[in-house]
Design a binder for this molecule. Structure first.
Ligand code: NAD
Length: 358
């Protein structure tokens, strides 16, 4: 089948693309390769996918040298006409698009306080273009990334897709919730099957340098202090990348149907009379940050110098996923605990970064 994977140079998109290529699927990867974090890391991921990044020409499709079933285009998804042209070119050669897995976004909760415009552009305007693409090409299924951050002020745990998620505490979360609402509208109006996946703190090899576990690892290896917010009283449902990839691909194979259980007089937020569904993808086990750090120290073989700080604006003290629907509908369950996941991460991290390049 033909897939479009957006955010293919990003952490999750790279892993999803790798898996799809190994399955023999045809993939068009799209990514702007923006500089929110080290461009070199994004380029190295692309190189693993056989893309010669020094030969990339913005807006033009590049062929992978390693995978004949992979093409990549560097493009800002906001550029609607260029996006359409690129996808049309791909379809002429390879046939219709079976799935769009939309993972490109401006990620990060804290950065949304500094640069709100990036979130409206990448997460709202670009998302509209993806929906329009689905509409014009009658794409059989759109799968897109949402986030556990949509639960915001909701303190009822574990976080359930059946509970409301309308009190975001960061603009990032507001854009992700908006994506769910926009997808619902398109799903209802144009009968586009759409599945939103709320990821819970994803970690693993080739991870994101702006995330706490990555920053901690860098500081630990350099002998610098790590900053621990809310004085360590933080709980996170940490989810290993391989589990997330499996969840995304299972969701992609499961095209949602209108739900007969949807009651307009008492609307359940996760159901609809449109072909629309939301799932949590989390480890279903909230770890205390302190324990996560100890496990990371063990995996890296070095102790951290700890600096305790108050809670950060826009953050939530705890996340925990209720994954009952995901289990039932997708037959998905996380398999990787933090000891194994962090060991894999630490092995990659120490190999990728020779200490002097940290
Ligand atoms: N990693 C997590 O813990 C986590 C948790 C919840 C949700 N998510 C969501 O999952 C998705 C993937 O996250 P990730 O961790 O891989 O992030 P990432 O930043 O590594 O990947 C996102 C990629 O999208 C690209 N991109 C950004 N704006 C773009 C645009 N306008 N046009 C084209 N490309 C653009 C970036 O260059 C980047 O390579 C995102 O939607 C993110 O919000 C991630």
């Amino acid at each position: 089948m033909n897939y479009i994977v957006t955010g293919a140079a990003g952490f999750i998109g790279f892993h999803v693309t790798q898996k799809l290529l190994a399955q023999g699927q045809q993939v068009l990867g799209i990514d702007s390769i923006n500089d929110y974090y080290a461009v070199s890391l994004k380029q190295d991921r692309l190189k693993k996918l056989g893309i010669q990044t020094d030969k990339l020409r913005y807006g033009e499709i590049a062929e992978s040298g390693a995978f004949k079933n992979f093409q990549f285009i560097q493009l800002r998804i906001e550029e609607k006409d260029k996006l359409k042209d690129a996808v049309k070119g791909f379809i002429l050669k390879h046939g219709p698009i079976g799935r769009i897995i939309h993972l490109a976004a401006q990620a990060g909760v804290r950065y949304s306080l500094q640069n709100p415009d990036a979130y409206i552009s990448s997460n709202i305007s670009a998302f509209l273009n993806i929906l329009e693409l689905c509409r014009s090409l009658a794409v059989p299924h759109l799968v897109y990334a949402s986030s556990s951050s949509v639960y915001g002020m909701n303190a009822r745990r574990p976080f359930s897709v059946h509970d409301g998620a309308d009190h975001p505490v960061s603009l990032y979360a507001a854009t992700k919730r908006s994506n769910e609402l926009m997808a619902h509208t398109y799903s209802h109006l144009f009968n586009i099957p759409a599945t939103g996946l709320r990821f819970f703190t994803v970690y693993g090899p080739w991870g994101r340098p702006d995330m706490a576990y990555y920053k901690f690892s860098r500081a630990i290896m350099k002998g610098e202090p790590i900053e621990i917010y809310n004085k360590g009283e933080m709980f996170r449902d940490f989810t290993y990348i391989d589990d997330i990839v499996e969840g995304i691909l299972k969701a992609s194979d499961h095209i949602p149907l209108p739900s007969p259980l949807f009651d307009p007089l008492n609307p359940d937020p996760s159901l609809s009379s449109a072909p629309y569904k939301i799932y949590n993808l989390g480890n279903n086990h909230s770890e205390k940050l302190q324990f996560f750090i100890e496990t990371l120290e063990g995996a890296l073989g070095k102790e951290a110098i700890k600096k305790y700080l108050p809670m950060q604006e826009g953050d939530v003290p705890a996340t925990e996923a209720d994954i009952e629907d995901t289990r039932q509908d997708l037959d998905w369950k996380p398999r990787t605990g933090i000891a194994e996941g962090l060991k894999n991460f630490a092995e990659w991290f120490t190999e990728y970064f020779k200490t002097d390049e940290l």
